[in-house]
Design a protein around this ligand. Structure first.
Ligand SMILES: *[C@@H]1O[C@H](CO)[C@@H](O)[C@H](O)[C@H]1NC(C)=O
Ligand SMILES: *[C@@H]1O[C@H](CO)[C@@H](O)[C@H](O)[C@H]1NC(C)=O
Ligand SMILES: *[C@@H]1O[C@H](CO)[C@@H](O)[C@H](O)[C@H]1NC(C)=O
Length: 188
């Protein structure tokens, strides 16, 4: 009787109960907080990467010289602008890394942060992670944010606009859900 599944599951629940109580004592819930008003917005910004010249934005830190650049790593600190032209309004940086992760084709795994230092979203960031294959276009997950973009999630859709040995310009369509009561106007 004492070893029936019924009574041992009782014992199990008692144990879990005491463990949870111990945890609750160690980490008491101090207070709840408001999330703010949920906003869902789409905006387009432009990623400007420079490969050559004194203002280059990207360095290759690992070069394995393997097929499909497998194993290579690059670090970038690129410019984020409101438009595709080099003279368009400066909004901040896109800082991250590219990990070459495929042995079958050229694929980058990209953790990156959009760092807004000017414009509507000044002092805010969005963190995205995702993949870029040889097609040049991609969809990545927005996994969080700070400042205006607290508790953000969403997606980042990229479209390559121009590419040369010197420069790469990519349109970033940002679809983001976040919690803030900031009043927004056009950012461009
Ligand atoms: C990148 O910029 C640095 C610093 O200005 C410079 O030393 C380096 O030669 C540049 N690299 C290229 C490939 O232009
Ligand atoms: C990696 O090294 C190879 C061989 O030296 C060179 O041809 C290639 O351009 C390098 N790649 C990068 C991204 O620097
Ligand atoms: C952004 O941060 C800077 C430096 O901390 C501060 O001076 C500025 O007031 C902030 N701007 C906004 C809109 O919060």
């Amino acid at each position: 009787m004492a070893s029936s599944p019924h009574s041992s599951s009782h014992l199990y629940f008692l144990l879990v109960f005491f463990l949870l109580q111990a945890a609750a004592t160690a980490f008491p819930v101090a207070s709840e907080f408001e999330l703010g008003i949920q906003k869902r917005i789409h905006f387009r910004v432009y990623f400007h990467e420079t490969f050559i010249g004194p203002d280059n934005t990207t360095v290759t830190v690992v070069n394995m010289s393997l097929p499909y650049t497998f194993g290579d790593i690059e670090i970038f600190d690129t410019v984020l602008r409101a438009g595709p032209d080099e003279s368009s309004t400066y909004l901040g940086r896109v800082q991250g890394a590219g990990f070459r992760v495929s042995k079958q084709e050229e694929v980058l795994l990209l953790p990156l942060v959009l760092v807004f230092t000017a414009g509507e979203f000044v002092n805010s960031t969005l963190t995205a992670i995702g993949r870029l294959d040889a097609s040049g276009n991609s969809e990545r997950a927005i996994v969080g944010g700070t400042g205006v973009f607290q508790y953000a999630w969403g997606k980042l859709v990229t479209e390559t606009l121009s590419y040369s040995v010197v420069k790469l310009v990519v349109a970033y369509d940002v679809y983001v859900v976040y919690y803030n009561d900031l009043r927004l106007s056009a950012i461009a």
